[in-house]
Design a protein around this ligand. Structure first.
Ligand code: HBI
Ligand code: FE
Length: 296
């Protein structure tokens, strides 16, 4: 969470914004200043250069098709003009993190909530909460890909059902290890993987670490295995899961989650850095630099 001081400032800042019952607002274009546009430009330029040869092709195609402006914080309406005709998704502006139930209801209706505000210049490398650069640059390019678009929609519906059944942690882990920190196989790339997760794509440090470091495990994606695996919210991941292709997400999207959640309800959760029997290990991590306190 934000420090109390930041939260206090943000509260005052948000006060003038008309927040609707579903937590959406109109993107307040007049609130972006020269510093916000400069931060967007700096992050956009840095990440697009760094991601070349490291991120999956579908992401680059998405960036190109959405016509994201490098020099200014993009208008959400302009993005929707490209996005909605392609996959039925739209982005909606929100003040920041929204409650789980609200978030999933948006996804289940093909709406992706995007935080409207930009991080400060002293937060280029890290901030704990999602800002506009993470939400927009990290998440939105893949929403113009039809397979990924359907996966996110199915995820929203499954998460709503899981929330009702008290099984949200299982679905939160799936989101974490695919949408936020997913890798995808690519024989010609470092460690045989490329990047697609938004938490990686929007971070310089984790872009390099997730693909090139010897420290983390990289393990072939398996739905049940992922849903049982704890994660880190405060450091680079100890383990990344690697999908073979987007078809694998399509199969997950078409899974009947109810029996799976019932079966896993009492199953143990694995530590983030564990390697288990039956894992398809892509790379076994050295564990260098791993914190030894408990995972989430
Ligand atoms: N709200 N704006 C926003 N963005 C998120 O990614 C988000 C959220 N609320 C809840 C939530 N994510 C989590 O429940 C998921 O990561 C599982
Ligand atoms: Fe995110």
């Amino acid at each position: 969470m934000a420090t109390p001081n930041t939260a206090k400032l943000k509260e005052q800042f948000d006060a003038g914004l008309q927040t609707r019952a579903d937590f959406t607002i109109d993107q307040p274009m007049h609130r972006y200043g020269a510093v916000d546009h400069a931060v967007w430009n700096q992050l956009y330029t840095r990440q697009t250069a760094l991601l070349k040869g490291r991120v999956c092709d579908a992401f680059l195609e998405g960036v190109a098709r959405l016509n994201l402006s490098p020099d200014r914080v993009p208008s959400f309406d302009a993005i929707n003009a490209q996005l909605t005709p392609a996959t039925g998704w739209q982005i909606v502006a929100v003040p920041g993190l929204v409650p789980d139930q609200v978030f999933f209801e948006h996804l289940a209706n093909r709406r992706f909530p995007v935080t409207w505000w930009m991080r400060r210049p002293d937060q280029l490398d890290y901030l704990q909460e999602p800002d506009c650069f993470h939400d927009l640059f990290g998440h939105v390019p893949l929403l113009i890909n039809p397979v990924f678009a359907d996966y996110m929609h199915a995820y929203g519906r499954a998460a709503l059902a899981a929330n009702d059944a008290g099984a949200l942690p299982l679905l939160a882990r799936l989101y974490w290890y695919t949408v936020e920190f997913g890798l995808i196989r690519d024989a010609d790339s470092a460690n045989g993987v490329k990047i697609f997760g938004a938490g990686i794509v929007s971070s310089k440090g984790e872009t390099l670490y997730s693909q090139q470091s010897d420290a983390p495990n990289r393990i072939g994606f398996d739905l049940e295995r992922v849903m049982q695996t704890r994660y880190r919210i405060d450091t680079f991941q100890k383990t990344y899961f690697v999908i073979d292709d987007f078809k694998q997400l399509f199969d997950v999207a078409n899974t009947d989650f109810a029996p799976l959640l019932a079966r896993l309800a009492d199953a143990p959760a694995f530590a983030a850095g564990d390697i288990r029997e039956g894992d398809r290990v892509v790379t076994r991590g050295t564990g260098e630099g791993w914190p030894d306190d408990a995972d989430v």
